[in-house]
Design a protein around this ligand. Structure first.
Ligand code: GLY
Length: 361
């Protein structure tokens, strides 16, 4: 193992969990086997990840642990439903997964959310491990204990906070990610820089070449940096009473755009559009300088991500969709906005009419 971070929340210090960083898949798999000591592993993955890693999973994990199994779901956000949760439950019960079962999410954010939610309710809760294979899952969704499925009315509307037993991060897995999936994760990396870390933002500005070429050392630095930032946030406010909402920068508009696109836009693409729109709101409210907005938009574009609201989505439709989102508080929506690069601020309550005006191009 290369290194480790431990998440210790104040709400329950005895339920801390490690993020274990590895420089090879092989050492991460060996570490997972060691930590789960003979217990059956039930791996949930998606078809895309399975097509690339089926042999490694079989040879390095399943063949080493009798009684284990793998369940493969279709790739994409549309699988993150109650229906697929039920199918996984039926499979786990048919496999006689008992209280000693360990559910392992081997995949991106969708797989982590779906498998984590399933593990949290099976037999009133079985052990769950995050083994993120996408950049987005490594820097964001695998850490922080949020698990959920979507509903036609919005993303992540049915779920809970449930901590993983551990998170295993193997940086080389990122080298097989399709390009759009990789860029998808970079949107969340940019978000961390924008809301919390000016020096990360500068690193992203200066190192776009090697980062786009997926330089492993740089990726290891960036992924660890983002996990450290996420640790700071979830340790302070795991249940999202206030400070954790800082991570929602770009997500209020982003979730609405993602939903209205019927998930044809990836999460990161929608968040990139959301960050540009919410930076525009910040400028129009006199919080952010136009120069900082320009820096953010330039950086997002440098990484090949979109910044404009889709033409087919009128701002009125977007804001109406945000009202159904779970972050709404009565008529007004709480936005996380920017005061400067590296300085996000939560809790800006804005009504629908004003929000529509503020995001309009
Ligand atoms: N992805 C946002 C959060 O974990 O709160």
């Amino acid at each position: 193992m290369t290194s480790k971070l431990t998440i210790r929340t104040s709400e329950s210090a005895d339920q801390s969990y490690p993020i274990r960083f590895h420089s090879t898949f092989r050492s991460a798999a060996a570490d997972l086997l060691k930590a789960t000591r003979g217990r059956p592993l039930f791996i949930i993955t998606d078809r895309n990840v399975h097509s690339v890693y089926r042999n490694e999973i079989r040879n390095r994990i399943l063949s080493e642990r009798p009684g284990s199994g793998i369940f493969v779901v279709p790739a994409g956000e549309k699988t993150k439903t109650r229906r697929w949760k039920e199918r996984i439950e039926d499979w786990l019960l048919a496999q006689r997964a008992g209280r000693d079962a360990v559910v392992v999410a081997f995949g991106g954010g969708m797989v982590g959310d779906l498998a984590g939610f399933t593990a949290a309710t099976l037999n009133r809760g079985v052990s769950f491990i995050q083994f993120p294979t996408s950049l987005l899952a490594q820097v964001d969704s695998s850490v922080g204990a949020k698990v959920a499925v979507d509903h036609p009315l919005g993303k992540n509307l049915i779920g809970l906070f449930s901590r993983p037993a551990a998170v295993y991060i193997a940086i080389p897995l990122l080298s097989t990610l399709p390009e759009p999936e990789y860029l998808n994760g970079l949107a969340e990396v940019i978000k961390y820089g924008a809301i919390l870390d000016r020096s990360l933002f500068r690193l992203l500005e200066k190192s776009s070449g090697p980062l786009l070429r997926r330089n492993r050392d740089l990726l290891a630095t960036v992924v660890r940096r983002c996990c450290t930032l996420k640790k700071t946030v979830v340790e302070a406010d795991e249940r999202e009473h206030d400070f954790r909402r800082i991570l929602n920068f770009g997500h209020t508009i982003g979730h609405a755009v993602e939903l209205l696109s019927d998930y044809s836009l990836r999460h990161g693409e929608a968040v990139a559009i959301g960050m540009a729109a919410e930076a525009r709101m910040s400028v129009r409210l006199g919080l952010l300088s136009p120069g900082d907005e320009e820096r953010l938009v330039t950086l997002i574009m440098k990484y090949g991500l979109p910044v404009s609201l889709p033409r087919r989505m009128h701002p009125h439709r977007i804001i109406t969709a945000t009202l159904r989102d779970k972050k709404s508080a009565g008529e007004k929506i709480a936005y996380t906005l920017l005061r400067a690069i590296g300085e996000g601020r939560t809790g800006h309550l804005i009504g629908p009419g004003e929000a529509e005006r503020l995001i309009s191009p």
